[in-house]
Design a protein around this ligand. Sequence first.
Ligand code: HEC
Ligand code: HEC
Length: 239
Amino acid sequence: MRTMKLRLNFMPTITTPKATTVFREIFLILLLALCFNDFGIAQNLENGKEINATCAGCHGQHGQGGSRGEYPRIGGLSASYIASQLKAFRARTRVNIPMYPYTQERELPDQDIKDIAAYLASIELPTKWPVFKETDDALARLTLTERVMIIPRVPGDVDNGGAIYQKKCATCHAKTGMGRGMFPMLVGQYTSYLKRQMEKYLAGERPHDDVVVGGVLSSLKEEDRQDILAYLTSIQDQQ
Ligand code: HEC
Ligand code: HEC
């Protein structure tokens, strides 16, 4: 408003070449800032790391999950899958009462979802115990073991589980169980969590492959589902 007034009152002075240059510079700076925002760094890993402090309370500092699968592992999942689930929690198409408040637009806008998804996807969680050096002190040892992700073996017929898995699940979740893109990894995820998710799919509380409630899962007996879980824990060492 003030500039408008100035322009009207002192038209001759304001249109001097000097003033136009200043305006042009401001305009250029604004334009640059706008470009940076839109086409600059697509994901900001530093921002992702900061957001992760909120998630760590439940999912652990390295996204390794906790309480034996009450909180799933999220470190090392694919960025597109993480982002899709955060949006599903926000839209309540996947109901998650503990996480709902953290995923609201005000708390987690789309850019933050990109950043946290990229940050978590970049975390590599080892599946073997580290070999300590004698010089490693207690803290160094703790730091090394904190991120180790080993899912205990569970009972079940591994051969039957493997046959069904390769026939009915591998097309999406990959032969290795490591998933790809929008299809989450099943190997390296807590068994109790996976089991709970299968039950949610079958109860129609979470959409799976969507053709019918529970999708491909509804064609399996409970025993077969257990065998698949046993199989998934048996192949994690091969990764
Ligand atoms: C108060 C605890 C809590 C906090 C904080 C929390 N989560 Fe979760 N999160 C959960 C629980 C519980 C589940 C599993 C829900 C279920 O069983 O369906 C979950 C599930 C997830 C999943 C789905 C994993 C999968 O394999 O489908 C993702 C992704 C996730 N959380 C990301 C995050 C991110 C990112 C943050 C931080 C912005 C966060 N969570 C903060 C409790 C929490
Ligand atoms: C047509 C593709 C497809 C096939 C085949 C398939 N899935 Fe899935 N699965 C998905 C998708 C997509 C998701 C993620 C769904 C979402 O967004 O909530 C998923 C998620 C899951 C999850 C939850 C993982 C997590 O981290 O929350 C489990 C458990 C699962 N599938 C088990 C299976 C099993 C067992 C089979 C074989 C009997 C199978 N799926 C076959 C597409 C498939």
